[in-house]
Design a binder for this molecule. Structure first.
Ligand code: RP5
Length: 165
């Protein structure tokens, strides 16, 4: 029998998206949330996308985080193929700086939602935190870890600015 999947799947359209999406993986690691990361392109590997998204719930995933850039159809197509919550991260593209990615991901037609995050690193980190918040609803230990993560963040903010230059 196939091994049960971890709670979070991180998928991305290209190897070039990893520089952004690794921030999702690192944030999940910091929260002790197991995850898989895979390259799944809506355009270049549509059959891989179909197989992954159709089987994701049965495999045991609870949340899918999908990062893509440019004509970023990956989060929306994934959401169309699975009942699992899908969070989309617009990767910063070279030509249009991720505004194309953002518009591609955020403007879903009514009926198939994608929870869209900010462009780039902020969105990649926040996708992990949002996934953690969803999973924490049914996991008290994770809820405590998320509270602690946020408390550490608050403590790390200095009162006064300093000259860094
Ligand atoms: C999208 O095209 C990917 O998500 C990536 O952000 C973008 C560019 O891909 P590469 O040409 O760098 O492989 O499908």
């Amino acid at each position: 029998m196939a091994e049960k999947a971890p709670p979070v799947a991180i998928i991305m359209g290209s190897q070039s998206d990893w520089d952004c999406m690794r921030h999702t993986a690192e944030t999940l690691d910091a929260l002790g949330i197991a995850h898989h990361a895979r390259i799944v392109s809506a355009h270049r590997t549509p059959d891989r996308l179909y197989r992954f998204a159709k089987g994701a719930k049965q495999a045991g995933y609870k949340v899918i985080i999908a990062g893509a850039g440019g004509a970023a159809h990956l989060p929306g197509m994934t959401a169309a193929l699975t009942p699992l919550p899908v969070f989309g991260v617009p990767v910063e593209s070279r030509v249009l700086k991720g505004v194309d990615s953002l518009h591609s991901i955020v403007q879903m037609p009514a009926g198939i939602p994608v929870g869209t995050l900010a462009i780039g690193k902020a969105g990649a980190v926040n996708a992990a935190l949002l996934a953690a918040a969803v999973l924490a609803l049914g996991d008290e230990a994770l809820a405590d870890r998320l509270d602690a993560w946020r408390a550490r963040q608050t403590e790390a903010v200095a009162d006064l600015p300093v000259d860094l230059a």
